[in-house]
Design a protein around this ligand. Sequence first.
Ligand code: SF4
Length: 279
Amino acid sequence: MDDRTHAPFLAANPVLVRCLSGAVRQDWTRAEIEALFDLPFPDLIFHAQRIHREHFDPREVQISTLLSIKTGGCPEDCAYCPQSARYDTGVTAHKLMDVAAVVDEARAAKAAGASRFCMGAAWRSPKDRDLDQVCAMVAGVRALGLETCATLGMLTAPQAARLKSAGLDYYNHNLDTSPEFYGEIVSTRTYQERLDTLNHVRTAGIHVCCGGIVGMGEGRHDRIGMIATLAGLPGHPESVPINLLVRVEGTPLAAAETFDPLEFVRTIAVAFRRPRGHE
Ligand code: SF4
């Protein structure tokens, strides 16, 4: 970085100089991440862009298409989710789709420009007989020349290994929020169970897609805590989706306060500047 990239207050702050170096590391502290959040908005956007461009083609956009292969009727109680059977949201439950129908959808997604196809099922965790069918979907989608992704809930180590053998490239399993705020959002599975699934996925050799949701009533310290947890994972996720809550009538978060759009951009920029994240 030359002098033009450094406002004087940055150059005088060794914490910020370290944070903005672009080095890939897993020992991020919450104080460091907070220092990034506290940057003047233009400085944060500038440095997020600068570091991103050091690692990626800035004009390249990777397109993923997500298909719900099994919709609704989920036993979990995630407070943001219209697919939970606990909330009256008007979502009609559908059983697991046929393999051929999923592959047809993937073919259409590829024709529309997608390079990755994600299959999502509203389960607490897949049953082994369901996994047979999902593995056939993964193999069929991969045979089209698409990257494959799935989000099926919690996995055991053997289930992750089976998905890897079928050709699964990515597994999505979000942390949702900070460890401290998590209990306000989900009570039917623990934060540690999420981390365990991520560990099984990584150990199986599948790329990790893991992020969270903002605008659920959490504080900035929770957004910091979530990013610190993501940054401290044994391997950084290859994809980091930062989602803004979609308030759905019937869910406990239907009346959540509108989230500041600039804080949303800030959160993405702080998460984005970790070089291994693609999204
Ligand atoms: S586990 Fe997934 S599908 Fe089920 S309620 Fe939570 S977010 Fe929704």
